[in-house]
Ligand binder design. Structure first.
Ligand SMILES: [Zn+2]
Length: 283
């Protein structure tokens, strides 16, 4: 059932963290088989279900993939590209930029792009920060390396904007805000991200309750779309999912309900690159 190309852009985005969810974030625990198996579920079980769902509705979306995951799973990358989806940058090892030096952060950008270029034939147009945790250097580095857009900030909900660079923030002084750049920011939020709602995590360093009722979360996600339709002249809504989270039964059913409800109410499903270009064209 191909959906109308006209209407309010809805951007389904999937971050394929796989095992790097643990190797990058909790290296001390990364060799525990239970954690590795949670990551493996994403590429092994979640991804085929997601690709099947997208194919049934004729949707093209954006997958953010760490370079290491691309190199470990080239057949998965091939299936994504064959279906016409966009592959965008999600770091090399999946370490959050805020945890790195400027040189380390740039190294992640370069190596991630090498993997993307090797498998897709071109460098990434878009970037999303692992853990949504940019550093003060990030926007400048994205511009230096030719990115069109970033999708890691929360300064709006339905309206993309041009990211600012060069803020000077000191506790006891008024903030000196930097200049607007040409980098398109495609805003996101934790509320439209599957992981905080669903993923139960228990390690020595982390506890996340998750395990929310998928019907309730789906109702919120549909509500966010309907509010956009009724309150702005033009807007973009980004949903962020992770195959190791959304790939389970009731959550996949929820995602399909969200797709159908948005489609029935005027959504156009675009890749993030297409929506960023549409935003630029509106100025
Ligand atoms: Zn991630």
């Amino acid at each position: 059932m191909p959906l109308s190309p006209k209407g309010f852009p809805v951007l389904l985005s999937f971050d394929i963290d796989a095992e790097t969810m643990w190797t990058a974030r909790d290296p001390k625990n990364a060799d525990r088989p239970i954690l590795m198996s949670q990551g493996a579920y994403g590429w092994k079980v979640g991804m085929p279900r997601i690709l099947d769902l997208l194919a049934r509705y004729g949707l093209r979306v954006t997958f953010f993939v760490p370079g290491l995951v691309m190199e470990q799973r080239p057949a998965m990358v091939e299936a994504i590209l064959k279906a016409g989806h966009e592959i965008a940058h999600h770091g090399w090892t999946h370490r959050p930029p805020a945890s790195l030096t400027r040189d380390e952060e740039e190294g992640e950008l370069v190596r991630g792009n090498e993997s993307i270029r090797k498998l897709t034939g071109r460098a990434a147009r878009g970037y999303r920060s692992p853990a949504w945790d940019l550093s003060p250097h990030s926007i400048g580095l994205f511009l230096k390396h030719g990115f069109l857009y970033d999708s890691s900030l929360m300064g709006d909900d339905y309206t993309p904007y041009y990211a600012r660079h060069g803020d000077i923030i000191e506790l006891e002084k008024p903030a000196a805000f930097g200049k607007e750049t040409t980098l398109v920011e495609m805003p996101i939020h934790w509320a439209a991200d599957d992981a905080p709602h669903f993923e139960y995590v228990r390690t020595e360093t982390t506890f996340r309750q998750g395990l929310m009722n998928a019907n309730a979360v789906g109702e919120n996600w549909i509500g966010d779309f309907l509010f956009m339709r009724d309150s702005v002249e033009w807007g973009v809504l980004t949903y962020t999912c992770h195959p190791y989270v959304i790939g389970r039964g009731a959550r996949m059913m929820m995602l399909e309900r969200v797709i159908r409800a948005a489609a029935d109410n005027g959504a156009a499903f675009l890749t993030m690159e297409e929506a960023a270009q549409e935003f630029q064209g509106r100025k």
